[in-house]
Design a protein around this ligand. Structure first.
Ligand SMILES: C[S@@+](CC[C@H](N)C(=O)[O-])C[C@H]1O[C@@H](n2cnc3c(N)ncnc32)[C@H](O)[C@@H]1O
Length: 375
């Protein structure tokens, strides 16, 4: 591309929020668009780069709300094996793709909303960046759960926060039977026409930001900088222990019946084939604790009458062939004895973690299958 062509394209794709050096004295922008420093994001980058391993070789990195890709390109320059930048706004994906072509750096870009991210849509990355994103979200907890799901090791958050001098202190308060800690989180009232990805919605106080990240499941949450009404937080993830008190809420299944009878004779053998997918955030252990077997995950089933009356709660189980990580699926066969008494029944399939929980008890869906036992 000639210099003139690059300049013309920069104009066509503007306005630019990221100032990226394209070489030959050309930068993506020459003026501030919304009051940010003209060299944005050079300021936050000074801190963020120290939080990343200096050598990213072998690492995969996801940049959510990547804008024109400044951080994604810097990660690639540091040797990251794979870098994916996603942004909810098409104009930024166009900008990222253009810069990629000019710089010749192998960074992938996709238009994806943070709410669409999960282990199935993008897989998992060693490192995730969510910089300048959180306060743009109407559903911050949903987004944080998605960020947790797609992160293997490290999530770095940079966000606007509630003005510290106006943030009420956290305090303990009885709710139900327990004293609970309440943290401040401000809702920003917007005009009704406000566009989600451009306006601001929630500003967390620092304590509420930490609590949100802890309750999403991150085992280590460290605020490394809080100044000028912005904070940078490093969140690390370790594999959930089998008896991790937080693990049950991360058990979420998707079950699909691939084969199985709708009618049968009394006491005959029923064979069902199911596709079982881990769409939650916890690893499903096939064997559980080495000594007690606690936490081993099985495909379980309940037998109910069509009136919902229980016939057999622990009707039959099938073992996982091996551990199943988030985003992975397997086929399972389960053999069950048909009821002796003719009638209309429901076989309800659900996953169960031995001595921990049925997944349904933590909000997961189940699979219900109607069965007629004929005379
Ligand atoms: C303030 S800019 C921050 C850009 C960049 N990460 C940085 O720190 O300089 C916010 C970016 O997040 C994107 N964004 C906002 N809401 C989003 C959402 N729901 N899903 C994905 N991206 C979103 C915007 O399009 C925008 O590019």
């Amino acid at each position: 591309m000639t210099r003139e062509e690059i300049l013309a394209e920069l104009k066509r794709l503007g306005p630019w929020f990221h100032r990226i050096d394209l070489g030959g004295g050309i930068f993506t922008k020459t003026e501030s668009v919304m009051g940010e420093p003209i060299d944005h994001p050079l300021g936050p980058w000074q801190t963020i780069q120290k939080l990343l391993p200096p050598d990213l070789s072998g690492k995969t990195l996801l940049d959510v709300g990547c804008n024109a890709g400044f951080y994604a390109f810097e990660a690639k320059r540091r040797g990251a094996k794979r870098v994916l930048g996603v942004d909810g706004q098409r104009q930024h994906v166009r900008q990222g793709l253009f810069v990629r072509n000019v710089l010749g750096l192998d960074v992938e870009f996709r238009r994806l909303n943070v709410y669409e991210l999960n282990a199935r849509t993008v897989g998992q990355f060693d490192i995730t960046l969510a910089l300048g994103l959180l306060y743009h979200l109407k559903h911050p907890i949903l987004a944080l759960e998605n960020l947790y799901q797609v992160t293997k090791e490290l999530l770095i958050i940079e966000t606007a926060i509630m003005p510290p001098e106006r943030t009420p202190e956290s305090f303990a308060h009885p709710l139900g039977e327990k004293e609970m800690l309440l943290h401040s989180l401000a809702f920003v009232e917007n005009p009704t026409h406000a566009k989600e990805q451009v306006f601001n919605w929630f500003l967390p106080g620092v304590e509420s930001l930490k609590a949100l990240l802890r309750s999403t499941g991150f085992s280590e949450v460290e605020v490394v900088e809080a100044k000028n009404e912005r904070a940078i937080v490093v969140c690390r993830k370790t594999k959930p222990a089998i008896d991790d008190v937080d693990a049950p809420k991360h058990f979420v299944e998707e079950l699909k019946l691939e084969q199985g009878p709708h009618e049968c004779a009394p006491s005959s053998e029923l064979i069902f084939q199911l596709r079982v997918e881990n769409i939650g955030m916890a690893l499903w252990s096939a064997n559980g604790d080495d000594v007690t077997g606690k936490g081993a995950v099985f495909l379980g089933s309940h037998l109910l009458k069509d009136t919902e009356d229980e016939v057999d709660w622990d009707y039959g189980r099938a073992r996982l062939p091996s551990d199943l990580g988030p985003g992975s699926a397997t086929q399972l066969e389960i053999k069950l004895p048909a009821p002796q008494t003719p009638g209309k029944y429901i076989v309800e399939f659900d996953m169960v973690a031995e001595h921990v929980t049925w997944f349904e008890d933590h909000g997961s869906g189940t699979l219900r299958h109607e069965l007629i036992v004929k005379t």
